[in-house]
Design a protein around this ligand. Sequence first.
Ligand SMILES: [Zn+2]
Ligand SMILES: [Zn+2]
Ligand SMILES: [Zn+2]
Length: 131
Amino acid sequence: MNECWEWPGRKVNGYGRITQKPLRLAHRVMYEKYHGCTLTSRDLVHHRCENPGCINPCHLELTDRSNHHRVFHAPTHCINGHEFTDENTYIRPDGRRTCRECFRARQRARYASDPEFRRKKIEGRRERRGR
Ligand SMILES: [Zn+2]
Ligand SMILES: [Zn+2]
Ligand SMILES: [Zn+2]
């Protein structure tokens, strides 16, 4: 990746701000100029360089507001430090990611400590086998 172009003007929360009307974020205007497009309020321009004050179009990537954090700012590891690799990641129906290794550990712990849970698991296995 080449160098960041730091916005020389005013900044708000680290983001470059254009001070003439209409007041807009500098990197969004830069993106529009560079790509010749018009951004809507649903569009979010993400900084690949993680530098909010940067307006280098090569560092800017268009994404959807609702996907932005999940896709670009998702943690790389679970709270117990397991890496979210493709094999180790389960995407829940609500779009949140779950660590498979932690899930398995939770299941094992429950299996060991909860007789009711153990009984159900064993029954479930028997039923599947009986089919
Ligand atoms: Zn940059
Ligand atoms: Zn971002
Ligand atoms: Zn984990």
